[in-house]
Design a protein around this ligand. Sequence first.
Ligand code: MG
Ligand code: ZN
Length: 217
Amino acid sequence: MQIKILKKVLAANDRVADDSRKHYSDNGVLAINLMSSPGSGKTTLIEKTIQALKGKKRIGVVEGDIETSLDADKIAKHGVPIVSINTGPFGGACHLEAAWIRQAADQMDLKEIDLLFVENIGNMVCPAEFDTGSHFNVAVLSTPEGEDKPLKYPLLFNTSQVVVINKCDLLGVLDLDLDLMKENIKKVNPKAVIIELSTKTGEGLDKWTDWLLKELG
Ligand code: MG
Ligand code: ZN
């Protein structure tokens, strides 16, 4: 019974997601869903991207968090359209569903946006189960999290077309085997595009923005 209900929820979500994807495309918007554990640098990556693409591409953000507007406030400082979804008041869901994101996006003028970032709730499990209606999923994995995470949370990595390895500035002080981390990503998703960068130093960020610009056409 439980499984049947979950299947129904996911099927309903998939329908909304497909419709949203078409809606975003029709409005000339590329939607990118960012997923990761808390603290891997999703918000900072969005901030650095806004700065890097200023004057080139117009960015909007749907910011998901269980509680607080802390991340939304950081993004808002950059003067871009942003709608925050706090799931706390309605059950504290640990993921975003396509319908909630669509409602948030409908509060923006999509004609004024080229790129819509969806910052999902920080955890490596649940967000990957729900199609957000985005065109691409991007997993952000930071170096302190360890090489094993792609093997432990395969769904997150095999539903993501791109994996950003963040905090590469820390490689010198960590006991991390970066090659093994990349091998593990490829093990669960051989087609994944892997981009190594540091949102702190800005190193590698151009590879990320190059990928975005290529997809934006
Ligand atoms: Mg964040
Ligand atoms: Zn959840």
